[in-house]
Ligand binder design. Structure first.
Ligand code: AVI
Length: 320
């Protein structure tokens, strides 16, 4: 077992300043995932309303052998997972591969050190003998190193993480994957599919308020790391699904006119009553949008692996 920490440039301060002075205030959802945020996200994944997790779990549990057959690797390979989280879904796939005596090394990457330490311990508990080489950090900054690996690669970008990127950024990320991949490398990428809007709405505005806490943690994080004085009781959470374009957008709402001081920036940020801070995009796709996304970025779509309810797909792409 080997674990490496790669330094990530901290632009948190700068991004918060830019986001809170923009004409439409915003904070990137990438800042959800400090240690506490990663724990809250694990609670989200256990919520009865949050269907993406059980759907993808089902795909990776039941279709591992079908996925393996489509990989077509005839030498040892790396399975590199971007944003690995708790790895509970991924280990279903890894288990299938180990049962089939496939020779691979698992390379999980996550921004949270705590998450990666727990992941490593849990994985080895569940799959003794697994070859694992964890990386902690921002995967954009380590892309070059990762793709320089000699062996063929299966890159995992699961959990519908792609849905958190706006179109230009999603294309930019996929373009970077493509540029760094070798011919024959594969990308297994999770997409949440469009479905009954009420199902999606409930997953992003749960009755227990866990998603609200996930968003509120952004304010707590600014208070803790940047010396902010946000008062949580003066903000609320609002989330909206638009079935016309497949976008869930989440917001924090200022409940009154107020000013927030952030010591590290030595700045005061004014909020109007009901002013919004946009915190997250979570895009839901159609199968034809996925097709277009793959081909626009140079990939060949090998197969979509859907769950039985057709709520979610893990889409297998290759660079030819
Ligand atoms: C990490 N990401 C794919 C989650 C999603 O569904 O967009 C984050 C999340 N936000 C609210 N609930 C879950």
């Amino acid at each position: 077992m080997e674990s490496t920490t790669l330094s990530a440039t901290s632009t948190f301060e700068q991004d918060i300043h830019e986001g809170l002075t923009a004409s439409f205030k915003n904070i990137s959802s990438k800042y959800f995932y400090d240690d506490l945020g990663s724990v809250i996200f694990q609670d989200i994944m256990k919520m009865p309303e949050y269907y993406p997790t059980p759907c993808e779990f089902e795909i990776l549990s039941l279709q591992g052998e079908d996925i393996l057959r489509k990989l077509n690797f005839d030498e040892p390979f790396n399975i590199i997972e971007f944003g690995a989280g708790d790895g509970i879904k991924t280990r279903q796939l890894l288990k299938k591969l180990m049962e089939n005596q496939v020779d691979f090394t698992y390379v999980p990457i996550d921004i949270s050190q705590k998450a990666i330490q727990e992941l490593e311990a849990n994985m080895l508990d569940y799959l003794p003998g697994l070859k694992i080489k964890s990386l902690i950090g921002n995967y954009f900054s380590m892309m070059e190193d990762l793709f320089a690996l000699q062996e063929p690669g299966l890159f995992l970008f699961l959990g519908s993480n792609i849905g958190n990127y706006q179109d230009p950024e999603a294309n930019d990320l996929l373009g970077q994957f493509y540029q760094h991949m070798k011919t024959g490398d594969k990308l297994l990428i999770g997409f949440d599919l469009q479905k009954n809007p009420a199902v999606i709405r409930d997953a992003y505005d749960d009755s227990q308020g866990i998603t609200k806490a996930f968003n509120m943690n952004l304010l707590q994080r600014i208070n803790k790391e940047l010396g902010g004085n946000f008062k949580k009781e003066f903000f609320d959470f609002y989330s909206h699904y638009n079935p016309v374009n497949g976008e869930v957008r989440s917001f924090l709402v200022s409940l009154k006119e107020q000013e927030v001081y952030i010591a590290n920036l030595d700045r005061t940020y004014p909020f109007r009553q009901n002013e919004l801070i946009w915190t997250e995009l979570s895009k839901k796709y159609t199968l034809s949008e996925i097709d277009i996304l793959a081909s626009n970025n140079g990939f060949e779509l090998i197969e979509n692996f859907l769950d039985c309810k057709h709520y979610f797909t893990d889409s297998l792409w290759t660079k030819q």
